[in-house]
Design a protein around this ligand. Structure first.
Ligand SMILES: C[S@@+](CC[C@H](N)C(=O)[O-])C[C@H]1O[C@@H](n2cnc3c(N)ncnc32)[C@H](O)[C@@H]1O
Length: 273
């Protein structure tokens, strides 16, 4: 099969931030890159018409059709397909981070191992400000998981151990990260329903990449990964199927020069304890 050619939807003037609009299953095979690191925040498939609290108001948990709850078989097939595709585009020593909740993380963990990745850590991101539990029939959900894996068992992955210790008052950093959910200052360009916080992505970028490295986010959304990458002088390629979200990503990149110092201060206030 001949791959279609995809032109970038947006490229920064410095060529360090490139966005592609389209379905990852069509776009990625057509791209000619080898990545040092991948961060993926795929659909969690948790939009099941349930209710939650948001800013004190009862709201729907639904994020969009792309996140609608599906059968186990569908979720497993989807995860196997995109994980196989991204593995082909990773350098030998590259690593991948994948975020999730109970809705998708067990599928991801199993498939990663079946495809020959080697799991390095499972980070528990404990939110300092989770929404209260709506049903009063279970514990309050206050965490997300982020699996960190290397391409193969023999990959020699990069980890900035010293920087993580420095950020953690001279002590080894643990795999439970206490960080807030998304804040108002991160939404200058509009809202994405599942935008990840910039401090979270900045820690991931700083821990697992070097300056100049090339980072992919195959489900880029508002491109938090790209902003964190460029904030710390790494290069970024992002893919998303929804133009509305890539517009937010483009706007955030265009704002970066003006906001760099402010965003860096906000991030580092949370990352250095
Ligand atoms: C959980 S969100 C990512 C949010 C992102 N981390 C951020 O900080 O804004 C998942 C994204 O995947 C996109 N998406 C879903 N299916 C896709 C597909 N087949 N190809 C490309 N993007 C897809 C959705 O449009 C959505 O923006």
């Amino acid at each position: 099969m001949i791959n279609r050619i995809f032109e970038p939807y947006y490229k920064s003037t410095l060529n360090d931030y490139t966005l592609y609009l389209g379905d990852v299953f069509q776009v990625l095979p057509a791209l000619d890159y080898e990545f040092d690191m991948i961060f993926a925040d795929p659909p969690y498939f948790l939009s099941n018409d349930g209710l939650t609290f948001n800013n004190g108001k009862v709201t729907s948990v639904n994020k969009g059709e792309w996140d609608r709850a599906k059968s186990f078989d569908y979720v497993n097939q989807f995860n196997r397909k995109w994980l196989s595709l991204v593995k082909d585009k990773m350098k030998n020593n590259a690593t991948i981070w994948i975020s999730g909740t109970m809705h998708n993380i067990f599928s991801i963990g199993l498939i990663l191992q079946q495809l020959g990745f080697k799991i390095i850590n499972v980070i528990t991101w404990q939110k300092t400000n989770p929404p209260p539990n709506f049903s009063h029939r279970s514990f309050t959900h206050s965490t997300e998981f982020i699996i960190w894996a290397k391409k193969t068992k023999s990959s020699r992955h990069y980890f900035d151990y010293e920087l993580m210790v420095k950020m953690n008052q001279g002590k080894q950093m643990r795999d439970v990260w206490l960080l807030p959910a998304i804040s108002k200052w991160e939404k200058d360009c509009g809202k994405h329903p599942t935008q990840k916080p910039l401090p979270l992505l900045s820690r991931i970028i700083l821990a697992s990449t070097k300056q100049g490295d090339l980072v992919l986010d195959p489900f880029a959304g508002s491109c938090t990964t790209g902003i964190a990458a460029n904030l710390y002088n790494r290069k970024f390629v992002g893919i998303d199927i929804n133009e509305k979200y890539l517009q937010i990503g483009k706007c955030r990149r265009q704002m970066l020069n003006k906001k760099r110092t402010f965003w860096q201060e906000k991030v580092e206030k949370l990352l250095y304890r």
